[in-house]
Write a protein that binds this ligand. Structure first.
Ligand code: ZN
Length: 339
């Protein structure tokens, strides 16, 4: 498929360390020849942070591992962007998918919280809550949490030699719950938290990418509750700094993708982010092409299977471990295939 935009990006999960060689080969021999020029790497807490070793997630990458990723991306002129989740997605189902990457755990970790909340239970918006939930959130009123988060950002951007970071912020359903946060409108809480992160990243001449779903009204767009929000958090859009690039993700097929127009009208640059279903991807790309007001930087393909799993499938034809890997691989092959 031909895209009119200059950025062709893909989101990969940080490789399991025993699959790092496969993923490096995948970047070098599969992604680069197919014109990918941005790689967003979903790290979460799977890096050996030196300043905060207490937050390490499962099988964390070392600095040397990261430098090998930096090198292969540099060689191929691929912009490498580390990604964290800096509101929601602070927890996971312990054994789903089976390779344990998506939610930062494998089944040897008897705790649903990811690195930050495991190390700092008082940063949890739902302290003491026992419910198994893949979308626990950081308390956005916690000044101490913000300090740690900004230090993690600095260390990750330094390690990845990155001028851009993707801060996630998708599916942040559980905000505005604790006694402090309850006192503020959700849009204000979320907007101020993200603007503070953006100000910090700007001070180091960096750029912020984030997911767009919490900035969209379900009523206005007609999107489902994952792709948009049915609370008032979408009012954050009014106060967010316009230099943040929104990654507008949609996995369902709709007649129109109104978010493309909403973000243009609000003055944001965006990337469009589809997933595994080819028909939905084509519908989204087609809508975006015909509604581009010069505000679309490019496409950012999402994957969500283990990057090693995807690499082995697309390099060697190996069977994918996760139930969706086969479809993800086949869509990537069809849409971005050899050129
Ligand atoms: Zn709170």
């Amino acid at each position: 498929m031909v895209f009119p935009w200059k950025t062709r990006g893909i989101v990969l999960t940080a490789p399991l360390t025993h699959e790092l060689d496969d993923v490096i080969k995948f970047i070098d021999e599969y992604l680069a020849p197919r014109g990918f020029n941005m790689l967003v790497m979903q790290v979460r807490y799977r890096y050996q942070f030196k300043r905060h070793p207490e937050v390490w997630g499962y099988d964390p990458l070392s600095l040397d591992d990261v430098k090998r990723l930096v090198a292969v991306c540099r060689k191929n002129n691929i912009k490498l962007v580390p990604k964290m989740n800096l509101i929601g997605h602070q927890s996971g189902f312990p054994n789903e998918p089976t390779d344990g990457i998506l939610h930062g755990h494998n089944d040897t970790v008897g705790d649903i919280r990811d690195g930050l909340l495991r190390a700092y239970p008082d940063f949890d918006e739902q302290q003491g809550e026992k419910e198994i939930n893949y979308a626990r959130s950081i308390c956005l009123s916690s000044k101490a949490a913000k300090i740690v988060v900004l230090e993690l950002i600095d260390e990750l951007m330094d390690a990845f030699e990155a001028d851009t970071i993707h801060i996630g912020c998708d599916e942040a359903f559980n905000v505005g719950i604790c006694p402090k946060c309850r006192q503020k409108p959700k849009g204000e809480l979320i907007g101020a938290w993200i603007n503070d992160i953006n100000d910090h990243v700007k001070k180091r001449n960096g750029k912020v990418l984030m997911w767009g779903d919490r900035l969209l009204s379900a009523i206005e767009t007609g999107y489902d509750r994952w792709e948009s929000c049915d609370s008032d958090s979408h009012s954050a859009l009014d106060i967010l700094s316009r230099d943040i690039v929104i990654c507008d993700w949609h996995y369902n097929k709709y007649d129109s993708y109104k978010s493309v127009d909403i973000f243009a009208h609000a003055g944001f640059k965006i990337m469009i982010s589809p997933w595994r279903d080819k028909e939905s991807l084509e519908a989204f790309v087609s809508y975006a092409k015909s509604h581009d007001k010069g505000h679309i930087n490019g496409i950012l393909m999402t994957t969500w299977c283990g990057s090693g799993d995807l690499a082995k499938r697309l390099l060697y034809g190996a069977g994918g471990k996760w139930c969706h890997t086969e479809q993800i691989a086949s869509t990537i092959n069809d849409i971005f295939g050899a050129e």
